[in-house]
Design a protein. Structure first.
Length: 156
């Protein structure tokens, strides 16, 4: 007879106690799946949740919209380094560790992190970001196209 340890899966603000969740948060397991992170210190940037993101390309820009309901704009950081746009921050738990008569926890709290590799046409110096009604809107302008230059041919 095999003994299988029962792992109840329930959510608590900021952490999930399921076996798969614990395995996926394990640094060694993460480094196994993504060896480029091993020893880089980036494995410390574990996210508790992942916001949904829409990306749209326009003629003159790229537009990224991320759903961040309940996140204070002061808790959001948008950076661009080496053609990688990073959106990170946190949503603070409104629920204390006491029961507070809650019957169910479905909203996730804690850190979030998303990274996007920008194309060569993106102008990283002109990126703008703003939030409205819980949606982060990041606009990444495209670089101006270099127009062909006509060179006059002289006769000798």
């Amino acid at each position: 007879m095999n003994v299988i340890r029962y792992e109840p899966h329930y959510r608590h603000p900021g952490r999930s106690l399921g076996l798969l969740s614990r395995l996926l948060r394990d640094e060694d397991f993460e480094n196994l799946l993504n060896p480029t992170l091993a020893g880089s210190g980036e494995s410390d940037l574990v996210a508790d949740w992942t916001p949904a993101v829409d990306i749209r390309e326009r003629d003159d820009s790229f537009e990224l919209k991320a759903d961040l309901p309940g996140v204070d704009p002061a808790d959001i950081t948008v950076t661009m380094e080496d053609s990688v746009l990073t959106i990170e921050g946190s949503r603070l738990a409104e629920i204390s560790d006491e029961k507070d008569n809650y019957k169910r926890y479905e909203r996730v709290y804690g850190k979030f992190l998303r990274r996007f590799t920008l194309p060569d046409t993106a102008n990283g110096d002109e990126i703008s970001a703003e939030t409205r009604h819980g949606v982060l809107n990041v606009v990444i302008p495209k670089q101006a196209k270099v127009q062909p230059r006509k060179i006059a041919v002289k006769s000798a």
